[in-house]
Structures are given as structure tokens and as C-alpha cells.
Design a protein around this ligand. Structure first.
Ligand code: SF4
Length: 688
């Protein structure tokens, strides 16, 4: 028997835990602790524990599939690649769109970005960061000059006040939750702000149960209380920030008096006062947030408000402080860093910047140039264009994404994808999006590839190949390269390894320029920015100055606005959506893990006992949840941990898909949808 351990990085959430894959006779059969990572120190959550179970699922795609007469038939790689290359060549650049992936490696995202801009020459490339932290990228870049988590994960344990807003950290980033508990055991206060008393809320010293979408109102109210009491950090504001007068003018308005804020948010006055005092006086307060902040039509405003309160209290650039956006998917940070966005090349170099455009065009040497230097469409906008402007977009190449579960208003998404002339889906499993494709290509999972991924704390870590892929499945970057070669661009895609791709990318990306596989091949890896081979990496951003042209952070007046669709007489319930500890994203991997699926085999709608009583609904009874966009049948879960008038559905489950109900209303800047707040009604299913 041949037995070996291969150290790798978890393919699920953005925490970036390390573990060993146990490989027996060439097949992955289990996971085992790897103790040397400073992120998780040998611990993992249930998803990490069972991260081997889907790898050798009999459902894995093993051969290319081509749809003929409405049915998929197996095809050779030669036939599939030729068909795709011929079709892609038949479209004009801006008739094509590409969705890259937060699940695949940095190298594969770079390859896809180069393919989109260099081979298809399209401006329209995006990925599902649009659905989770587009508001973070846009909001923080605007006020700090860098759109990423400011501090490291281990640094959270140094905090004296951990303020968690819109993040169920204990379920969705459990090993970051562990750092909160370390801080708490060192004497930190934990303040939790959410419409639900989740497992994270149960550990809090103070729980502010607010209405989803009232974040700006609450934060402005806290800032008014801080300024009224003189608790702001005057020295930090004076030396390091612009915009204090404008911010003060807004937050001191009567709209944000404690009484008014309490009435809008549903949080008692005394709790707002206590939160403001603890937060501003701790000496080191950190804010952790996730999609409760970002997935709103006011997502960018929410993010800027988080930045405002941290600048006001001087809680940036030091251990135990920071604006810490917890990113949902393993490599969503990396996919953004790699330029899988419609406005930037790698390292956030703008496509509209002439020098940046020339730099990439010169380096890549496509004889017929690259996509023009104009911003492209975001994924949410692509879907709208497909339905509203027929014929503008005609073909799409989707790698490792499943918009038919993840995107808002699934009826709209289905309509959009069905209006494409040609759709290619590249994935490890057939999924709800794949069934709509013309060609489906089988790719490799994390256990079958070398490469890097960048976790939420900007730490760039390695995946290491543990087994061969099933059947004829290929590496994502190899598939992309083969299509590029078939389209006449072999020279530009001549890589022989993931490491060669990384080297090319790093040479074009200042924040990754000091990294290479030798430097990354150690337990602590490296945080970007790491601009030179001698640079130690940067676990804490903004220590002396911000990334703005004058080095100062920008405080911004943010007036409170409600979400787009508020409960009314016809749809009286506020719906919010999210995740659970057992499943991840659209469930393609976790629902094929026997151990995880056994724990939570289907979705549910959480409702307060008084709401359930008013509807005449009992626990575990099936109900209809209906919005203006669609309806689902789903099991009721009655719990007093949710606020009365608010209900919650996890979005992982196709049979009761939360996104049948959600609204495709977008933040005007980030184009992120308002997945966290819409209006629904719930009906008891009458017996026949
Ligand atoms: Fe994986 Fe996230 Fe769990 Fe760590 S916390 S084991 S990265 S799912």
C-alpha cells in the first residue's frame, strides 16, 4: 500500500486553512491536520474535515459533452476544442462574455483574464466577487486606496473590541471565529450586529439585533454618540484623514439621534450607547464584516461607513484593529487580484489607464492587439443586457461558476442564459448552469492541481497536486490554453506549468512582484503587497499612510437610504439570505459530501414564533415563500433567534432556491445585487 500526506489549502471559504490530504494508492481518501499554518494551527471546520469526500464522487465530469438535438453526447477533446474555437472566432469581441472563478487558482484566473482580453478581445469579464464583495473592492479603494482586508487573521486575537456586523463568522468562517474567541479570552468585548442571533451572536457580550439594511443608520448613530462624547481620535483624524467636517455634518443630524436610530434599526438606545462607548474606548477595535454589509443596493455606502467609524476612532494600521472584510470563497480575493473583473488587469491596474493597457499589450504580444481600454460589463449587468438588449451579447464562457443558483432572481438568470447563442461551461460537476450549455468541459478540482490561491487576508498560499484527475478531465489553464492555440494564439499560451504562469503574472503585478513558488512554499506563505524579492510581505495595511495619492484616508458623509424593496401590505416580510456551516455556495461540492449532506440535507426558512403563529405554521411544516419574482416550497424552522418580521433562507439548495425570491436591484457603483433584503409573503400550504 502506498500512503502519503500532501499539504494543501482548503477549497471552501476565504479563511485559507491548511490541511493534509491523505492519499492511498494514488487516490485521496481523507484529510489530516497540518499544524504549522498560523491561520488554523491544525484545526479545521466540518467543511475542511470532509473536503476529500467530493473529490472522487461518481458524478465527476470525465469527458467533454456536446449538446446535439437537445441532448448531451460525449465527445473527444479534439472535437470539443475545435467546435469552441470555431464558434468563438465567429463572434465579434464585445459579443462575447467570460465568467472566471473564485474557486480556481490564481494562475487559472490569470489565464482566463489573458484569454478574454487577448484572444476573445472582449472587455466583458467578471466573476462572482460581483455577488459578494464588489462593494468592498469599490468602497475601500475609494477611501483607503486599497480594496482588501486590512489586517491578518491571527491579528484579530490582538483586538480589545471585536465588532462583527453582517457576518455569521462562526458558521461561515469558523476558523476566524476561533480568533474572535481568542480575543475574548484575552479580555476583548465582542459586539455582534445582525438580524439573527446566530452561533456568532451567542458568543457576543452585546447583541444588536437590527433590521437588515439599516447598517448606515446604526453606524452614523454610533458616530454621533462618539463625537458628542468627545471619544473620537482627534490626533488620528488630524494627521491621517481628510473629510472629517463633511462626515461630522452628516452624522450629527437629528436623523441619527439615538431615539431615531433606535426606531429605524430596532436596536434599543442603551445598546447603541454601550456599543459606541466600548468600540471607541477599547484602544484596539476591529470590525469584521461580510455580505450582510456588502449585498445591498447601498453596499458601497455600507463599506464606506465601516471605514468612517474606524478612521473616526483611529482603529487602523495597528494590531487588533482594521476593516476586515471576510471574503466568502477560497480564492475570491485572488480572482479579483488577477484582474477577473471588467475594469482592471492584475493588481487593480485599470484597463482605462493608457500606460497599464500598453504594459499588458506589450508584454502579451498578441499580433492583433488586445481588448480596447474601456470598462466592460459586470456579471449582473451581463444578465440584464442579455434580457433587455437582445443580440448584443451572444456567447459566454463560464469557468467554475453556477449562476443558476448563486445569482439573484433565477427566473431572470435562466431567461438571460437561454438567450445566448453559444454557452460553454467548464466545471468539475454538471450543475444547474451546465445543463443550459452547448458544450461542457470536465476540469480538475483543487486536489488535482498545483497552484496558488489568495485568502481573505491577502495571504497567497499553495495548492499541491495529490492525485490524478478522473477520466479525461484537464486542468483549467490547460483547457484555456488549448482553446487559445486552436484559435491561433499558441505562442501566448505556451506555459508548461502553473509556476510559469505565476512567474509571468508576478512580473506584471507590483503587489505580487516579490513572490515566487520558492518563497510561497512555507507555512506562513506571504501577504501582498510584496513588491520585491527581499520584501517580507504585508500582514497589516496602512501602518503609516493610506494608499491614496496624498496618503490620507477619506472620511465620507453617507446619508442613510433604505433598501430598494421594503415590506408592504402585500409582501409584509423582510427576507434575508445567507449560508450555513455544513454547505458552501451553490452546493456542487458540499452536497456531494455524504457527511455534510447528512447534517443538512435541504433548505429551510427561519421565522420568529410570533410570525409562525400568525401564519398558523408549525415547526418543520412546508410553506410557500413568495416574492414578486417567484415562489418556492420550503420547510419552516421556527426560532426566536430571528427578529420578528424578518425571515432567513440559506441559498445553497436548488430544490428551495432562495434566489428564486431575491431581487436583482444593484448598488449603483459596485453593481452588487441586494441579496440581503427583499420583501416576501409566506403562506401556509392548505391540505387538499
Ligand atoms: Fe476550510 Fe474555511 Fe473551514 Fe478553514 S474555516 S477549514 S478554510 S471552510
Amino acid at each position: 500500500m502506498d500512503l502519503k500526506y500532501v499539504q494543501t489549502t482548503c477549497p471552501y471559504c476565504g479563511t485559507g486553512c491548511s490541511f493534509n490530504l491523505v492519499v492511498k494508492d494514488g487516490k485521496v481518501v481523507g484529510t489530516a491536520p497540518y499544524h504549522r499554518s498560523p491561520v488554523n494551527e491544525g484545526k479545521v471546520c466540518p467543511k475542511g474535515t470532509y473536503a476529500h469526500e467530493f473529490i472522487n464522487s461518481p458524478d465527476r465530469l470525465t469527458k467533454p459533452l456536446i449538446k446535439k438535438d437537445g441532448k448531451f453526447v460525449e465527445a473527444s477533446w479534439e472535437e470539443a476544442i475545435k467546435l469552441i474555437a470555431d464558434k468563438f472566432k465567429s463572434y465579434k469581441p464585445d459579443e462575447c462574455a467570460v465568467l472566471s472563478s473564485a474557486r480556481v487558482s490564481n494562475e487559472e484566473n490569470y489565464a482566463m483574464m489573458k484569454f478574454a482580453r487577448g484572444v476573445l478581445k472582449t472587455r466583458h469579464i467578471d466573476h462572482c466577487a460581483r455577488l459578494c464583495h464588489a462593494s468592498t473592492v469599490a468602497g475601500l479603494a475609494n477611501i483607503f486606496g486599497s480594496g482588501a482586508m486590512t489586517n491578518s487573521i491571527p491579528d484579530i486575537a490582538e483586538s480589545k473590541c471585536v465588532f462583527v456586523i453582517g457576518s455569521n463568522t462562526f458558521e461561515n468562517h469558523p476558523l476566524i471565529g476561533r480568533q474572535i474567541m481568542k480575543a475574548k479570552s484575552n479580555g476583548a468585548k465582542v459586539v455582534y450586529v445582525d438580524p439573527r442571533k446566530t452561533p456568532t451572536g451567542k458568543q457576543a457580550d452585546l447583541f444588536l439585533q437590527f433590521y437588515s439594511g439599516t447598517d448606515v443608520c446604526l453606524l452614523n448613530g454610533m458616530m454621533q454618540e462618539i463625537i458628542k462624547n468627545g471619544w473620537e481620535n482627534k490626533e488620528f483624524i488630524e494627521k491621517r484623514c481628510n473629510g472629517f467636517d463633511e462626515l461630522k455634518k452628516e452624522v450629527m443630524k437629528d436623523d441619527y439621534s439615538l431615539e431615531n436610530v433606535s426606531s429605524v434599526t430596532g436596536v434599543p438606545v442603551d445598546d447603541i450607547k454601550t456599543a459606541a462607548e466600548w468600540f471607541s474606548k477599547s484602544g484596539a477595535s476591529t470590525i469584521l464584516y461580510s455580505m450582510g454589509i456588502t449585498q445591498h443596493t447601498t453596499g458601497v455606502d455600507n463599506v464606506k461607513s465601516v471605514g468612517n467609524i474606524q478612521m473616526l476612532t483611529g482603529n487602523l494600521g495597528r494590531p487588533g484593529t482594521g476593516v476586515n472584510a471576510l471574503r466568502g470563497q477560497n480564492n475570491v480575493q485572488g480572482a479579483c487580484d488577477m484582474g477577473a473583473l471588467p475594469v482592471v488587469f492584475t493588481g487593480y491596474q485599470k484597463v482605462i489607464d493608457e500606460a497599464a493597457h500598453k504594459k499588458f499589450a506589450d508584454a502579451w504580444k498578441f499580433p492583433d492587439g488586445i481588448a480596447e481600454g474601456k470598462n466592460g460589463y459586470e456579471v449582473t449587468v451581463m444578465m440584464d443586457v442579455l434580457t433587455d438588449k437582445p443580440g448584443e451579447l451572444k456567447c459566454m464562457y463560464i469557468m467554475g461558476e453556477n449562476p443558476m443558483i448563486s445569482d439573484p432572481d433565477l427566473t431572470h438568470v435562466e431567461h438571460a442564459l437561454k438567450s445566448l447563442e453559444f454557452l460553454v461551461v467548464q466545471d468539475i460537476f454538471m450543475n444547474e448552469t451546465g445543463v443550459l450549455a452547448d458544450v461542457v468541459l470536465p476540469s480538475c478540482c483543487y486536489a488535482e492541481k498545483d497552484g496558488t490561491q489568495t485568502s481573505t487576508e491577502r495571504r497567497v498560499q499553495m495548492w499541491r497536486k495529490a492525485q490524478d484527475p478522473p477520466g479525461e478531465a484537464k486542468l483549467d489553464w490547460v483547457i484555456i490554453s488549448e482553446i487559445a492555440k486552436a484559435m491561433g494564439y499558441g505562442e501566448q499560451f505556451a506555459w508548461k506549468s502553473a509556476e510559469e504562469i505565476f512567474t509571468e503574472m508576478a512580473a506584471l503585478t507590483p503587489s505580487y512582484a516579490g513572490m515566487d513558488y520558492v518563497r510561497l512554499n512555507r507555512p506562513e506563505a506571504l501577504h501582498w503587497p510584496c513588491p520585491t524579492k527581499e520584501h517580507p510581505g504585508t500582514p497589516i495595511l496602512h501602518i503609516e499612510k493610506f494608499g491614496m495619492p496624498d496618503g490620507k484616508g477619506l472620511m465620507t458623509a453617507i446619508p442613510f437610504k433604505y433598501q430598494q424593496e421594503r415590506p408592504d401590505a402585500e409582501y409584509p416580510i423582510l427576507l434575508t439570505t445567507g449560508r450555513c456551516i455544513w454547505h458552501w455556495h451553490t452546493g456542487t461540492m458540499t452536497r456531494r459530501s455524504e457527511s455534510l449532506e447528512r447534517e443538512e440535507p435541504t433548505g429551510w426558512i427561519e421565522m420568529h414564533p410570533e410570525d409562525a403563529k400568525a401564519l398558523g405554521v408549525k415547526n418543520n411544516e412546508m410553506v410557500k415563500a413568495i416574492s414578486r419574482r417567484g415562489e418556492i416550497t420550503i420547510k419552516a424552522r421556527i426560532t426566536d433567534t430571528i427578529k420578528k418580521g424578518v425571515m432567513f433562507i440559506p441559498f445553497h439548495f436548488v430544490e428551495c432556491a432562495a434566489n428564486m425570491l431575491t431581487i436583482n436591484a444593484l448598488d449603483p457603483i459596485a453593481k452588487i445585487p441586494e441579496s440581503k433584503a427583499c420583501a416576501i409573503k409566506v403562506e401556509k400550504i392548505q391540505e387538499a
